[in-house]
Design a binder for this molecule. Structure first.
Ligand code: FE2
Length: 373
């Protein structure tokens, strides 16, 4: 496996200015128990709770805990009543990503451009306010029941959004810094690649075919879209034919449709971060020890770190521009659906395709243990 053989050069974005993006503002998960989910992200992943909305703040329908680390904000939202659309979503999908919110300079313009270019509008531009100022929001649909919300914060000074009260569950652990990319699993990727090209003016930066990403049993195909400035990267996966069921099919079955597969979080110290996350109880996929026998042939630059990388089970990949270190957690809820990646980049712009084979063999061992291979 060699990243250079399958990475296609990024093409210049065309007409990218109609949808400037500031980055991922937050990711909202619908969960079965937001209180306990917040405890997990705080105590296992090292987030701290910064804001809260629920019965105590006058919110009668839902409860949301906002946890933050670096520039990463996760909103953990649960239903307060059986007839809530959040409860219906959770009944169908289990815990998972509902909304990938994107910061924009102008919500009115983003919503107008997106809907005029084929996006399905879900929430018209609206301004919400409290004593800290006002924020403008609008929402469109993407794959499955997943949404994108545009967020225009202006000079809003509150802890999260109007209606939320500040919480302070401790200080930033500083392990995880920002969202590197968010991957979607869909039945057919090409219509969704076209969606991101048409609606967001994104361009395809890399694609992987089933020849690149396959093991004896399962395969997937993937294309990565990014915005003109490269601040938002969305790989889109679809299952490919294999002897056995692919990991993407397992996801689609248990999520009951398309959805966000993993959120990759950037760090500058993956060895220290993974050691601490393990100590706090985060579980990672284990990698066969034999994987490390050939790492230095591919990426000599990591020689001084090799013992630590092997000890923590961290994967190594490279492309023309540098290398990257990455690791994947096990699924973080009951269903074998969403998980996290921790990634430390040293120049490389890829997504670890050189690791896919070793990674997928590890994933398949887990899938086999669940009787789903
Ligand atoms: Fe990834």
């Amino acid at each position: 496996m060699n990243a250079q053989t399958i990475a296609t050069p990024a093409t210049p974005a065309r007409d990218q200015d109609f949808m400037p993006l500031l980055g991922v503002d937050h990711v909202e998960l619908y969960v079965g128990n937001a209180l306990q989910a917040a405890h997990y992200y705080v105590n296992a992943f090292g987030f701290h709770e910064v804001a809260y909305s629920g019965l105590e703040t006058g919110e009668r329908e839902r409860v949301s805990h906002v946890v933050q680390q670096g520039r990463i904000r996760l909103v953990l939202t649960g239903a307060l009543h059986a007839d809530s659309p959040i409860a219906a979503h959770h009944r169908k999908h289990g815990d998972g990503v509902k909304t990938i919110a994107l910061g924009v300079p102008s919500v009115d313009r983003a919503y107008r451009e997106a809907t005029s270019r084929g996006a399905q509008g879900v929430g018209e531009p609206r301004e919400i306010s409290d004593e800290h100022g006002s924020v403008k929001l609008a929402t469109i649909a993407t794959y499955g029941e997943t949404l994108h919300t545009f967020v225009e914060r202006g000079d809003y000074r509150g802890p999260f959004l109007p209606g939320f009260e500040a919480r302070d569950s401790g200080s930033d652990t500083g392990m995880l810094l920002g969202v590197d990319h968010i991957v979607g699993n869909v039945e057919h990727m090409d219509p969704w690649v076209k969606y991101y090209e048409d609606v967001f003016g994104m361009h395809e930066m890399i694609h992987f075919s089933d020849k690149d990403i396959s093991t004896e049993y399962s395969a997937l195909m993937s294309k990565v879209v990014t915005d003109g400035r490269g601040v938002v990267k969305f790989p889109i996966n679809e299952p490919a034919e294999g002897k056995r069921r692919s990991q993407i099919e397992e996801y689609l079955e248990f999520y009951e449709g398309p959805g966000a597969q993993h959120i990759a979080l950037a760090t500058r110290d993956i060895v220290g971060t993974v050691a601490e996350l393990r100590r706090r109880g985060v579980e990672f996929l284990s990698i066969p020890d034999a994987y490390y026998d050939e790492v230095l042939d591919r990426v000599p630059a990591v020689s001084s770190q090799l013992a630590d990388l092997r000890k923590q089970g961290i994967l190594v990949d490279h492309d023309d521009e540098g290398y990257l270190l990455q690791i994947f957690t096990k699924a973080v809820q009951d269903r074998p659906t969403m998980f996290f990646e921790v990634i430390e980049r040293h120049g490389a712009r890829g997504f670890g395709d050189g690791n896919f084979k070793a990674l997928f063999q590890a994933l398949e061992r887990e899938q086999d243990r669940r009787g789903n291979l």
